[in-house]
Ligand binder design. Structure first.
Ligand code: GLU
Length: 454
């Protein structure tokens, strides 16, 4: 029997780190086994669900590269591997639920009371084997023993989570339910429903929770809890995937870095850890930095261009060789791509904006002459390489009997508008002679004239 798994988020807020990990485990399990990964948006709670939250889920999954395999035709492209197949939306599947409720009512496995429809819950203990948790035995609590039946359709006609979740898992032929451990307490109800429908329940795999570094339960509001932050700050999705998989999965070998293909090959539910995982933002940042420095150049350029574009710059208007060379000067200098627009946006601006504090400090009347001398020196060069540019600057500093830094600071500000950035001589090489001279001229035009001394 081929594996069919699903990620079934309720669109009530941002896609949480825990949700992203659940999606990833499901996706990896499907890819590992050659099965199918289904995305089902559980949006029956109209009061709490928002369109925006649904968009965030889809955007987050696409960003992580977790494409879903099937769904109703929508006529628009929705996911990396889906073409025009959308996710399933529970809000569009009401008939399915009502049909299931009818079936239960007709067999007296459900009944109406006070306008709501209730399911006749099994009275005997429910025992099942969870692929991660092990054997789970659930007896009715004293309170439940008095009235174990539970509502499956509210008096306002809305079907309840337990029913929709099971009805869809049944309809979609889900073979493995991989979800957060917070749902473990719902599982006996779900198993009883499956049995009432006369089918074998799927296999269950409840993933332990994610805790904060200090051991407290991670909530939606904790820093780093929402996937959106990583998207906005320009993390590499492959770094996040690698970090997330280690939050709860531990391969037999002592290794931390895995490519996606390696994960697909190795990931299995039998190696999902039984204990809660701790979320460590510092480790994720470190791992992201490692990914950035090890990444193939083309990928670095792709993600870099994306980060500039997010900030409203348009590297697409520049020659590909220039873009590549510009990004090469940023290699090993940034921790996330989100730093790029501030760090190296000057490559893609026709008109620079200048850091006002730096401008006050370095575009002074005293520095005017230094910049003029630099311009003169550089204007006469035929060779435009970092080593040569540096030698010329040092030579001029020697002639003027000043430290090279006295020239470097105003020159960097003239070329970039910032105090910090990539290696000065390398960035000048990328900008090219013409642009550098023009930027020195623009800087000179901003510098107030020297006040004549008496
Ligand atoms: N909508 C439920 C949730 O977001 C899904 C639970 C499940 O995966 O069965 O928690």
């Amino acid at each position: 029997m081929s594996v069919r798994v699903r990620f079934a988020p309720s669109p009530t807020g941002h896609l949480h780190i825990g949700g992203a990990r659940t999606a990833l485990f499901n996706w990896l399990y499907a890819r590992h086994t050659g099965g199918k990964f289904i995305l089902r948006i559980e949006d029956t709670d109209v009061a709490r669900n928002t369109q925006e939250a649904t968009e965030m889920i889809l955007e987050g999954l696409r960003w992580l590269g977790l494409g879903w395999d099937e769904g109703p035709l929508t006529g628009e492209a929705t996911g990396p591997s889906t073409g025009d197949r959308g996710p399933y939306f529970q809000s569009q599947r009401r008939e399915n639920y009502l049909r299931r409720v009818e079936a239960l009512l007709s067999r007296d496995m459900a009944y109406e009371r006070d306008g709501a429809i209730r399911f006749r819950m099994r009275r005997e203990p429910i025992v099942f084997h969870d692929l991660i948790v092990g054997e789970v035995r659930r007896e009715l609590t004293d309170r439940e023993a008095e009235d174990p039946d539970f509502v499956i359709v509210r008096s306002d006609g809305k079907p309840v989570f337990h029913l929709t979740n099971v009805a869809d898992d049944l309809e979609m032929g889900v073979t493995h339910v991989i979800r957060g451990e917070d749902h473990l307490s719902n599982t006996p109800k779900h198993i009883a429903l499956f049995e009432a429908f006369g089918v074998q329940p799927p296999k269950y795999a409840h993933i332990p929770l994610i805790l904060n570094a200090d051991g407290t339960k991670m909530s939606k509001r904790d820093r780093g809890a929402s996937l959106k932050m990583y998207m906005e700050e320009g993390y590499a999705p492959e770094a996040l995937v690698n970090y997330l998989v280690l939050l709860g999965w531990s391969p037999k070998e002592d290794r931390q870095f895995f490519s996606l293909d390696e994960l697909i090959e190795r990931f299995d539910l039998s190696e999902v850890l039984r204990h809660n995982a701790r979320f460590d933002l510092a480790k994720l940042q470190w791992m992201n930095g490692q990914y950035l420095s090890r990444m193939e150049e083309d990928r670095f350029v792709e993600l870099g261009v994306h980060a500039f574009a997010r900030a409203g710059l348009d590297p697409g208007r520049y020659p590909p060789g220039y873009v590549k060379a510009a990004l090469r000067t940023c290699r090993n200098k940034i921790k996330t791509f989100g730093e790029l627009p501030e760090y190296a946006g000057f490559y893609f601006k026709e008109r620079l904006d200048y850091d006002p504090e730096a401008e006050e400090k370095f575009f002074t009347p005293e520095n005017r002459e230094l910049l003029e001398r630099l311009r003169e020196t550089y204007a006469n060069l035929d060779e435009w390489t970092p080593g040569y540019l540096e030698a010329q600057l040092k030579n001029l500093a020697g002639l003027l009997n000043i430290k090279p830094a006295a020239l470097v600071h105003p020159l960097r500000l003239a070329c970039t508008g910032r105090r910090v950035g990539p290696s000065l001589y390398h960035l000048m090489e990328v900008l090219g002679k013409e642009t550098v001279l023009r930027r020195i001229d623009e800087a000179l035009a901003r510098i107030p004239p020297q006040t004549p001394t008496a």
